[in-house]
Design a protein around this ligand. Sequence first.
Ligand SMILES: Nc1ncnc2c1ncn2[C@@H]1O[C@H](COP(=O)(O)OP(=O)(O)O)[C@@H](O)[C@H]1O
Ligand SMILES: [Mg+2]
Length: 262
Amino acid sequence: MEIIAVANQKGGVGKTTTTVNLAAALSLIAKKKVLLIDLDSQGNATTSLGLDKNALTHTMADVLLDGVPLADAIIKSEQGVDVIGANRDLAGIDVSLAGVSDAPFLLRQAIADAKAANRLDYDYIIMDCAPSLSMITVNALAATEGVIIPMQCEYYALEGVADLIATIDKLKNINPNLSIRGVVRTLFDYRNTLAQDVSAELVRHFGDLVYQTSIPRNVRLAEAPSFGQSIFGYEKSSKGAIAYHMLMNEVVAQSKARNLSA
Ligand SMILES: Nc1ncnc2c1ncn2[C@@H]1O[C@H](COP(=O)(O)OP(=O)(O)O)[C@@H](O)[C@H]1O
Ligand SMILES: [Mg+2]
């Protein structure tokens, strides 16, 4: 089982779109068993998969704050991906966890407990993070091995991500396995020379960590969530679907390379 966090403290860079469609591609195309964990109180990933975020029996807030077993909060979505949803209940968590000594490890522990109870049978767990470096994001980074960073190729793209990288470096003390799995260029417009310049700068800065696939700006990707569908359910021949399919192939290739070297 591999655990991936999709993170960037900037909002609107395509974290949720990437989480949902990567998870859907892994499940529907690669036939992997996938659990998506929504760690954003906006619950966009939850609703993107057709779930009513305000009608959930359990959410991540119950898991992190009330000790509800993680496996009890899993819901089957109709998109083939299992989900642990989130909603506004997650918003106050930083305050609730102030002074709790093991606060950064709650998610990691919840996953470990579920594994120990044989209740977590997945190839991939993919977590959608909020646009902040809050305690919940720290929980995601403490629980994960690989971080995928979606980046929009615009001015300040790199500046925005410096804090995330500093946080990842700091967290290596408590989670030595933590690393950047890849940087994915999102909302990409080939005709825009600024986007090309920033893209080249990302490649200079991150080298091989930049996925070869970049995700184009594609209106179908923006429309799909309002139908509660991934891009593969909504319009599988769109440019957006093709791009996320290719990104998924790269992610699976990384997994194979890891297993070979392990
Ligand atoms: N490749 C894309 N093409 C067109 N619209 C996109 C694309 N990626 C994301 N969007 C839209 O941009 C907005 C922000 O994307 P989102 O994935 O929610 O970002 P984040 O989770 O980082 O805040 C959403 O309205 C989403 O539908
Ligand atoms: Mg989001």
